[in-house]
Design a protein around this ligand. Sequence first.
Ligand code: COA
Length: 378
Amino acid sequence: MASGGDVPGLIRGLEGIIAAPTAICELDGINGRLLYGGYDIADLAEHATFEDVVYLLWNGELPTADQRAALSGSLADQRAIPDQLVQSLRLYPRGANSMAALRAAIAQLGLYDAESESIDTVALRRIGMRLTAQLPTIVAANQRIQEGRDPISPRRDLGHAANFLYMLSGREPSEGDARALDVSLILYAEHEMNASSFAARVAASTLSDIYSAVTAGVATIKGPLHGGAGEAVMRTLEEIGTVENVEPFATAALAAKRRFMGFGHRVYKNGDPRAVILRAMADEATQRTGDRKWFDMSVALHGVVYREKKLHPNVDFYSASLFAALGIPAELNVPIITIARIAGWTAQLFEQYADNRIFRPRAAYVGPAPRAFPRRGQ
Ligand code: COA
């Protein structure tokens, strides 16, 4: 098998390769800064809503009050998903992986969209709106069906984040919970040329349709080295079990070269700015609930991993204890990341279709030299 070790010109994992220009998101890994359209993520987290950020990512500017109302109304109007899709969700196997179900559902959603094959600029915008509006409905409906309950229809009068929490539980969330999810969606909405955005762009670069490109994004974000870490962090905390066990467990695991999900980053080497915001939010949310166990364990694990490996937590680390405090089951952590990231994927896909060249890198051949086909019978 090719190890790729010393092949001239090979850049493993395409590290540092610039694959496209973008006006959407700037990621400064050295200084730990993330900006959407020139606005710092910390300012957006403090002052914006997810709907504002969707507008910003798609249009390059924050919306005026009228533009915000139009976009929010448009998203709210298009939340319902086709009945055929709900029927299909009911047929998915019990216990199906939540991201596998979402991947299948998004691929299927395209079948019911009469415009799905169009890559015309205006049609792409309309499809992007529908995808952003409908992903939360799919995730909530699938979760309830998996739990043996009926899906809950979306409400038009609630914001994007609040409506999602409502569709999960049937109860209108508190303002604090809705805002915590809203800010999480902002933090997860876009992240430059990460693996899933790249996968989506690669699919689009063949001029395949946007549903195919988004399905490629979902398939890619699912992996534990990417968005899948969002669930893996909670599974690790469950495995460790108690605050007291963090130190012995983590020290032994790191000595045995275990990789802790939720730590490290390809680009941020001095810390992920989103993790700082999420830590404060998880702290606040767990103070509200009074159940601090997962947060306290996270703080302790952060301490050990930093002390032993000098690795900082990434966006997926403190979101695990935050989402748990919002009453969200761990299997929904990655679908929620996807509900947010659809905004960034679609923005990047608009860019890709507007200025396309097919992605077609090379591989360095390291297999056997040319050889004669053996004669039969010899
Ligand atoms: N736990 C333990 N060690 C880790 C680590 C982690 N989460 N992340 C990186 N390292 C170590 C590696 O073992 C490696 O050490 P070595 O040089 O002694 O072998 C070194 O740090 C560099 O790691 P590498 O895998 O080359 O970095 P990368 O840029 O290819 O990978 C990630 C980046 C994000 C994939 C990687 O940090 C990781 O696997 N993190 C966990 C998954 C995760 O949280 N993903 C979500 C990202 S937002």
